[in-house]
Design a protein around this ligand. Structure first.
Ligand code: PGA
Length: 259
């Protein structure tokens, strides 16, 4: 077997938690996993808690991530936050193109591409979200749609840049619904993503980049996803809000990493 990519488990806290709750959760996870080296763990709190959560995990191996970024460096863009600011706040990762951003805030493939380029220019590692609605899946459009989302997100990037990033396959119908995809369905799309990257970037970039699954991931179903050959981790929403459920997901990734 070739070298396995290092598993990545990212918690997307979305618009949840007040400051003390965010810091408490970060401190609990730090106590348990602050020196864990075989899985990359990322916490993505809301913008105002980046600094206090960053402080809570400072000096540990847990990384900080943001949930969004703007593509411009600075200027008159009320309510937006730039890559330089996120890096300065201690972020190492940034989630880009989450389906909630695409659905509720009209983010297009083109905007996602600009955000990815801006993140990389600021030294941040993008976690790019792609995925189809239930209607699109029923209509047999999943593969073409995901291929299109991935191609647009990576356009203009160098091979070395693509090696560093992660793509999260998140079927929209599985997000926050309690109905996850099956391991086989997730693997099929993850395999397709690697094929697309191999074609539009390079085989080397495709085999180095990490592909995550997201959508109702729990400690119970994580083994089914992380054991798939093209799935290297998870982007977790609901189950990342509690230390015990997020820990169960990290533990499942550690089992695979230890093999
Ligand atoms: P969920 O969210 O785990 O609550 O389904 C996943 C996500 O939106 O990234």
């Amino acid at each position: 077997m070739t070298d396995r990519r290092k598993p990545l488990v990212a918690g997307n806290w979305k618009m949840n938690k007040l400051r003390h709750e965010a810091v408490d959760l970060a401190l609990q996870l730090r106590q348990q996993y602050g020196s864990t080296d075989d899985v990359d763990i990322v916490l993505c709190p809301p913008f105002p808690w980046l600094l206090p959560v960053g402080e809570a995990i400072q000096g540990s191996r847990i990384s900080l991530g943001a949930q969004n970024i703007h593509w411009e460096k600075q200027g008159a863009f009320t309510g937006e936050v730039s890559g330089g600011m996120l890096a300065d706040a201690g972020c190492r990762y940034v989630i880009i193109g989450h389906s909630e951003r695409r659905q509720f805030f009209a983010e297009t493939n083109e905007m996602v591409g600009r955000k990815v380029a801006a993140a990389l220019a600021s030294g941040l590692l993008p976690i790019i979200c792609v995925g189809e609605t239930w209607a699109q899946r029923q209509a047999g459009e999943t593969n073409a749609l995901v291929a299109n989302q991935v191609t647009a997100a990576l356009s203009g990037l160098t091979e070395d840049q693509v090696r560093t990033l992660a793509v999260a396959y998140e079927p929209i119908w599985a997000i926050g619904t309690g109905h996850s995809a099956s391991g086989d369905d997730a693997q099929e799309v993850a395999g397709l993503i690697r094929e697309v990257v191999s074609k539009v970037v390079s085989a080397g970039a495709a085999s180095s980049m990490r592909i995550l699954y997201g959508g109702s991931v729990t400690p119970q179903n994580m083994p089914e996803f992380i054991s798939q050959k093209d799935i290297d981790g998870a982007l977790v929403g609901g189950a990342s809000l509690k230390a015990d459920s997020f820990s169960g997901i990290i533990e499942a990734a550690m089992v695979i990493a230890g093999r």
